[in-house]
Design a protein around this ligand. Structure first.
Ligand code: G4P
Length: 189
């Protein structure tokens, strides 16, 4: 998405080889009109599939996922992160490791909101190592939902997330794919 690349070049701050700050429009302050434009891109790519629910993980995925759910006219389900296992029989839960933040968390969803046979589209702000999507997919499998696709706002293509997800047949659509980051350097694939 050319408009997103332009926005990243104008407003993004590459802190080092790994981290791009996009606080001004995606992660902290949200450019609502711009996020609505982003959601239209996801809608146009995935609209031929039957989508019953949009799913994301708190917190930064919520804005683009909310807008995409609005486009599809379906509910948004927000997977929650807990510090430790809470072993509740009403929840699906799985442990996820974040390489970026070097922490583990428990990803959870209420059994009420993921139902057998539903087709879900997963939307998130960043794809780095793919662990969040893989964790979400474990919950979908437990709930017997089908992961119809993954929409990502910013993919860091120099990290292994895309390869891991493609290797298990997941359809990923990333609006911007970054091939290189460094202090003051942002390059697209
Ligand atoms: P993975 O899911 O692809 O394996 O990625 P990883 O765990 O390594 O990192 C995911 C978390 O780190 C997400 O935040 C994601 O938004 C954030 N993140 C990854 N790379 C970048 C980056 O270059 N810039 C920024 N700004 N964030 C990045 P989270 O833990 O889900 O927390 P939240 O911020 O959504 O609350």
């Amino acid at each position: 998405m050319e408009l997103l690349k332009k926005k990243i070049l104008e407003e993004g701050i590459a802190l080092d080889k790994d981290i791009l700050k996009v606080d001004s429009f995606l992660n902290h302050q949200v450019d609502v009109k711009f996020i609505m434009d982003i959601s239209m891109e996801f809608y146009n790519y995935f609209k031929t599939k039957k989508i019953d629910k949009i799913v994301t993980i708190e917190s930064s995925g919520i804005a683009p996922a909310f807008a995409t759910a609005y486009r599809f006219g379906v509910p948004l389900v927000i997977l929650k992160k807990q510090h430790s296992s809470i072993l509740n029989q009403d929840l699906y839960e799985t442990k996820v490791h974040s390489f970026t933040k070097n922490t583990d968390y428990m990803l959870t969803a209420s059994k009420k909101f993921l139902n057998e046979g539903e087709n879900v589209l997963f939307i998130d702000d960043f794809l780095a190592n793919g662990e969040a999507v893989l964790g979400a997919n474990r919950l979908f499998k437990e709930a017997k939902c089908n992961l119809s696709g993954v929409g990502i706002v910013i993919e860091k293509s120099f990290q292994p997330g895309r390869e891991k997800l493609e290797s298990i047949g997941i359809d990923i659509y990333s609006l911007a794919r970054i091939s290189k980051l460094d202090k003051g350097v942002i390059e697209f694939k």
